[in-house]
Write a protein that binds this ligand. Structure first.
Ligand code: EPU
Length: 418
C-alpha cells in the first residue's frame, strides 16, 4: 500500500480547485438505477469509493461508461440483478444506497448488511424501517437484507435520528411509490438537496429538500438526465483548515462557500481571515491560532467529517479546546496517532480536551478512517521533521489527488508506492 511523506514547516500559497463531492456523487450515481436510459454525470471525483459504486452498478446489470476523467454515463435499462454482494458492500458502506432504487425498480433487493466500521456501529435500521413503512417486507438472513414489495405505497416516515444515507435511500424508494411520502426529521445536508434536484430533473415530485420535512409524490417513471456533481464541502474545509494551520494564504476555487457556514464561522473565531466570493474564497491563516470549542451536529451544524482536521488545528492553537463528537460513537481514532506526534489530547466519552502547544513532531502514523487519515496529512504539514502516513488507501477513498493538490500549493509532500 502507498505511503505519503510530508516534510513539515512549509507555508502554502496559490490556488487549489475543489473536486466534485464524494457524498453527493455516490447517491446520485445510485439514482441512475431508477432510470431506463443513458444518464450522464460530470464533475464526478476520481475516487476509490466512486469506483466501488460503479462496480456495484455494473454488477446489477446496468451499463457504466467513463468516456473521460470526471464523466460517468450510466444506463440502467438492463437492470436485472437485485443482489449487492458482501464483497462489494464490505469495501464501501455507502453501497447500501442501492437498496432504495432496487426495491423501487425491481420490487426486490438483496443487499449485504454493511456491519460496523472504524468510526462506529452504524446500523441501517432506519433505512429498513422506512422501507417497511412503504410496504416492503424485510428479512435478515445470512448477513443479507432481503426486501420485497409488489408495490411501494407512500407513507409518513419519521427518522428517530437524522440519517443522511437513510434520507437518501427513502427519497429514492419513494419517487416511484404510489401516493405521497413524507419524510420527517429528514437530513438537511447539501447532498440531500443535490440528490433531490437530480431526481426532480428526472421527473420526480419532491418538495422541502433542505428542510427537515420532505414530501415526495410518486410518479410512474423517470427520465434520463445530464447533471454536474456539486463541489465537495469537506475537501474545501480540509484545505481551509490546512491554510489556517500553516498560517498561509490560499485561494480555493470551484467551491460552494454557502455549504460551509459553520466551518467558516469557526475558522474565523480561530483568527483566520476569509474572503468569500460566489464560487471561490481566499483564506489567510494567522501565526497565532485561537482555541475554540467544537460540537459536531447534523447539517447545518459543524460536520463530523471536519472534526479530525479541526482537532489538528486545535493541537497547535493557544489554549484549551473542547471537542464533542455527537454523530458517531468512535470517531476519535486519530487521537492516538496525533498523540504520537506530541499532541496533548485527553478523551473522555464523546469529548476530547485538546491543550494547544507550539509544535507537533513528525512520526510514522496510520489511520483506519478517511477523515482521520486527512487529519494526519494536515498534522504532517506543521510537524517538525518528516511524517510518514501509511494506509493511504483510506485517503484515496475520498480525496482526489490530495497530495498533488498540496504539492502544487508548495507543500513538501509526495506519495511513495510500497
Ligand atoms: N444511524 C442509525 N440508524 C440508521 C442510520 C443511521 O442509528 O439506520 C445513526 C448512525 O449510527 C450515526 C447517525 O445515525 O450515529 C448518523 O449517521 P448517518 O446515517 O447520517 O451517516 P451515513 O449516512 O452512514 C453519511 C456520510 C458520512 C458522514 C455522515 C454524517 C455518505 C456516503 N456518508 O454517512 O461520510 O460522516 O453521513 O454526516 O454520505 C465520510 O465521508 O468520511 C463519511 C463518513
Amino acid at each position: 500500500m502507498d505511503k505519503i511523506i510530508v516534510e513539515g514547516g512549509w507555508r502554502l500559497s496559490g490556488q487549489v480547485k475543489i473536486s466534485g463531492a464524494k457524498n453527493a456523487a455516490l447517491p446520485i450515481l445510485a439514482a441512475a438505477l431508477l432510470v431506463d436510459g443513458w444518464c450522464e454525470f460530470t464533475n464526478v471525483p476520481q475516487l476509490r469509493d466512486v469506483d466501488s459504486i460503479k462496480q456495484l452498478i455494473t454488477h446489477l446489470g446496468a451499463q457504466v461508461e467513463t468516456p473521460e476523467p470526471g464523466v460517468v454515463r450510466i444506463n440502467a435499462g438492463g437492470l436485472c440483478n437485485h443482489e449487492a454482494p458482501y464483497d462489494l458492500v464490505r469495501k464501501m458502506r455507502a453501497s447500501v444506497l442501492v437498496l432504495g432504487p432496487l426495491v423501487a425498480r425491481l420490487q426486490k433487493a438483496r443487499v449485504s448488511l454493511p456491519g460496523g466500521c472504524a468510526i462506529g456501529s452504524r446500523p441501517i435500521n432506519l433505512h429498513l424501517r422506512g422501507l417497511q413503512r412503504l410496504g416492503a417486507r424485510i428479512e435478515l438472513e445470512h448477513g443479507y437484507v432481503e426486501a420485497a414489495a409488489e408495490k411501494l405505497c407512500g407513507a409518513d416516515i419519521y427518522f428517530d435520528v437524522v440519517t443522511v444515507t437513510g434520507t437518501e435511500n427513502m427519497m429514492m424508494a419513494a419517487v416511484l411509490a404510489e401516493g405521497v411520502t413524507v419524510l420527517k426529521n429528514a437530513a438537511r445536508e447539501p447532498e440531500i438537496i443535490a440528490l433531490a434536484e437530480v431526481l426532480t430533473q428526472m421527473g420526480a415530485d419532491i418538495q422541502g429538500a433542505g428542510t427537515s420535512e420532505i414530501t415526495i409524490t410518486g410518479v410512474s417513471a423517470l427520465q434520463p438526465v445530464k447533471v454536474a456533481i456539486i463541489p465537495d464541502r469537506i475537501e474545501t474545509g480540509t484545505f481551509m483548515t490546512a491554510a489556517a494551520l500553516t498560517g498561509s494564504r490560499i485561494e480555493i476555487c470551484d467551491c460552494e462557500p454557502t455549504h460551509l457556514n459553520a466551518v467558516i464561522h469557526k475558522l474565523r473565531l480561530t483568527g483566520a481571515q476569509i474572503d468569500i466570493r460566489k464560487d471561490s474564497l481566499t483564506i489567510q491563516g494567522r501565526d497565532e491560532i485561537a482555541s475554540i470549542d467544537i460540537k459536531t451536529l447534523p447539517y447545518p451544524g459543524f460536520p463530523t467529517d471536519m472534526q479530525a482536521q479541526f482537532m489538528v488545528l486545535m493541537s497547535v492553537a493557544k489554549g484549551l479546546s473542547v471537542i464533542s463528537e455527537t454523530i458517531f460513537e468512535n470517531r476519535f481514532i486519530h487521537v492516538s496517532e496525533l498523540k504520537r506526534m506530541g499532541a496533548d489530547i485527553t478523551v473522555s466519552g464523546n469529548t476530547a480536551m485538546v491543550r494547544g502547544m507550539a509544535a507537533l513532531s513528525a512520526a510514522p502514523v496510520m489511520a483506519t478512517d478517511l477523515r482521520a487519515s486527512a487529519s494526519l496529512i494536515l498534522a504532517g504539514l506543521v510537524a517538525k521533521g518528516r511524517t510518514e502516513v501509511q494506509r493511504v488507501y483510506h485517503l484515496d477513498r475520498g480525496y482526489e489527488a490530495m497530495e498533488k493538490k498540496f504539492a502544487a500549493l508548495g507543500a513538501a509532500i509526495k506519495r511513495l508506492p510500497v
